[in-house]
Design a protein around this ligand. Structure first.
Ligand SMILES: Cc1cc2nc3c(=O)[nH]c(=O)nc-3n(C[C@H](O)[C@H](O)[C@H](O)COP(=O)(O)O)c2cc1C
Length: 285
């Protein structure tokens, strides 16, 4: 399954790109509308990009009234990414989405490096959100967690159904001439090819720790990258930064992945999931 990484595709602006995906994931929505951080909000780096968008979004009201009905017309299953500044925000957002048939699943963004973090732990947020919705809940985690497998186990115990791994990592780019921070917000979230080994490690470790369904992302640009995320333990992959450079990436990566899979004599993507663990059996407690 190929999805987009939250915040990396505007499906209403580029419906043909969204239709090439198996699922469209919205940009993170918060209880109230947000204008996001001041410009400059995107900077190029040698091995990827930095962004400090700061969760610009129309708020849950704007999403439910205006965007969701239009997104549903795309005919692609929808996941809504939600974010907040306290566990109660996540609970409120999940309750508001629970009754909406257009929403197939909810991704809890527990890891945006561009805004203040909720004071509660990831597991406490999942525990607050879980009773508010019957929908599938994915917990999106930061690769910067001190003990990521432990966090993954804790969100699983709190009721998450799957993991989205990983969000961006905090980074800094300096202006070539002034040597001052390139981004208006100074620090930003680092994404793209440089994130791939870190993201692969996160998927590998969390698969071993939990056995949960994992949406793997972080620098995926080719079918070979996608295959590696499946082998590490992902059951789906998300395309993020690559979509800015190559809007045809969903179809291309899908074709390349199919070639990678068939050239190895595998029956399909499911047969590739977890291959990196073949000689080290996974025992989930
Ligand atoms: C411009 C931009 C905006 C993003 N916005 C969000 C967001 O709203 N919510 C979220 O969970 N992740 C957001 N992300 C993180 C991506 O979903 C993804 O986790 C990250 O970019 C790693 O994947 P990639 O290297 O393929 O881009 C954003 C990333 C970028 C580059």
């Amino acid at each position: 399954m190929i999805v987009n990484a939250s915040g990396c595709l505007d499906a209403l602006e580029a419906p043909e790109v969204a239709r090439a995906l198996d699922v469209f994931v919205t940009k993170t929505v918060t209880p109230q509308p947000r204008e996001g951080n001041r410009p400059v909000r995107i900077a190029e780096t040698d091995m990827g990009m930095l962004n400090s968008i700061g969760l610009e979004n129309p708020g849950i009201g704007g999403l439910l009234q205006e965007k969701l009905p239009r997104l549903a017309e795309l005919g692609v299953p929808l996941w809504v990414s939600v974010g907040g500044f306290a566990a109660g925000d996540y609970a409120e957002l999940c309750a508001a989405l629970d009754e909406r048939p257009e929403v197939a699943a909810i991704e809890l963004n527990l890891s945006c490096p561009n805004v203040e973090e909720a004071p509660e732990s990831a597991a406490e947020i999942v525990a607050a959100a879980r009773p508010q919705t019957r929908k599938t809940l994915y917990a999106k985690l930061s690769p910067a967690a001190t003990d990521l497998p432990e966090t993954a186990r804790a969100v699983q115990a709190a009721g998450a159904d799957g993991l989205s791994l990983v969000n961006t990592m905090r980074g800094l780019a300096l202006d070539e001439k002034t040597l001052e921070p390139s981004l208006g917000h100074e620090l930003g979230g680092y994404s793209g090819p440089g994130l791939k080994p870190i993201a692969l490690a996160a998927v590998y470790q969390c698969y071993r720790a939990t056995g949960m369904p994992i949406v793997g992302m972080g620098g995926i640009a080719t079918g070979r990258d996608a295959l590696e995320f499946l082998a590490a333990g992902a059951s789906a992959i998300a395309l993020g930064t690559i979509l800015f450079a190559d809007p045809d990436a969903p179809g291309r990566v899908r074709r390349e992945l199919a070639e990678e899979i068939s050239s190895r004599g595998l029956s399909g993507a499911e047969a590739a999931t977890g291959l990196a663990h073949s000689s080290r059996p996974v025992t989930v407690a």
